[in-house]
Ligand binder design. Structure first.
Ligand code: BTN
Length: 273
């Protein structure tokens, strides 16, 4: 398998012809950001999916840059109309994280990949994938949602990443398993898992995913800090609550839930993973 395998619609849809009933797939060679591309599209009754070989202005959370070199990784956005109030989207980023993790497991990479609240996939304390949600409330009480996923596949070159000011430790599936990843197979698994998980979330909400989150929760039991605006708090992570908020036991023993923020591990309490 060559590292610069390009997207091929036939290959992506070959194993899952049923997907065609649900999705409109656009493949781009280069785009500023796949999330921004989907903002220009009217979703019909189908789910719109856009993948690009490169992004010239890839975006991460908190206005960070997302390093998006040509051909090496997956840059994917999925857009759809959600038939409920915007408040019903609470927890969707966690569910998308679980869908991404399941796609990676189905590909065959099983060991020690975890979800890190609110929307990262990590391996050995290094970032493997990130999720960015753009949602808009509509006047009729529904909302339109665009979810972007950046999944590091075959990226190996640290120099590039340092040059792009991506300071956080990162990894890629190739770094983990030592073999080039089949991008078309991985993206096909990612799309089918996303569609299935989002449909389940629409029907039943976050509740049915709580147990799965608990099994792969990277932060659970660790001493962490959580920063939002100008505030940083420290405590032992107790997992998430029914609203997808992160629950911390603070140093004085009381529990506090956080709806947003940046979490970092301070100390490993029960071992490294
Ligand atoms: C993060 O961890 O900060 C979120 C990263 C999200 C990156 C993806 S790549 C596809 C989509 N398009 C973007 O510009 N960003 C998301």
């Amino acid at each position: 398998m060559h590292d610069l395998e390009l997207y091929d619609k036939q290959l992506i849809l070959a194993k899952n012809k049923k997907l065609l009933e649900f999705i409109d797939l656009t493949i781009l060679e280069s785009v500023s950001s796949t999330n921004d591309y989907l903002k220009t599209i009217n979703f019909t009754n189908k789910i719109a999916v856009c993948v690009a070989e490169e992004q010239t202005a890839g975006r991460g959370r908190l206005a960070r840059h997302w390093h998006s070199p040509f051909g090496q990784n997956i840059y994917l956005s999925i857009g759809f109309d959600f038939p409920k109030d915007i408040s019903s989207l609470v927890g969707i980023s966690l569910v998308v994280g679980l869908a991404t993790l399941n796609a990676i497991k189905e590909y065959g990479v099983v060991e020690n990949i975890k979800v890190k609240w609110p929307n990262d996939i990590v391996y050995d304390n290094k970032k493997l994938a990130g999720i960015l949600i753009d949602a808009n409330a509509e006047i009729n009480g529904t909302c339109s949602v665009i979810i972007g996923i950046g999944l590091n596949l075959n990226m190996m070159d640290d120099i590039d990443v340092i040059a792009s000011n991506t300071l956080k430790p990162w990894t890629s599936l190739k770094k983990i398993i030592g073999k080039t990843i089949d991008k078309n197979k991985m993206v096909s698994l990612l799309i089918s898992n996303l569609v299935a998980y989002i449909k389940q979330f629409e029907l039943a909400g976050l509740g049915i995913f709580m147990e799965q989150w608990g099994s792969y929760d990277y932060l659970h039991g660790k001493i962490i800090t959580i920063s939002s605006d100008n505030n940083t708090e420290e405590g032992i992570c107790q997992g998430i609550d029914q609203q997808g908020r992160l629950v911390l036991q603070l140093n004085k023993g009381e529990f506090k839930s956080f709806a947003s923020g940046d979490a970092s591990v301070k100390k490993f309490r029960h071992g490294p993973n």
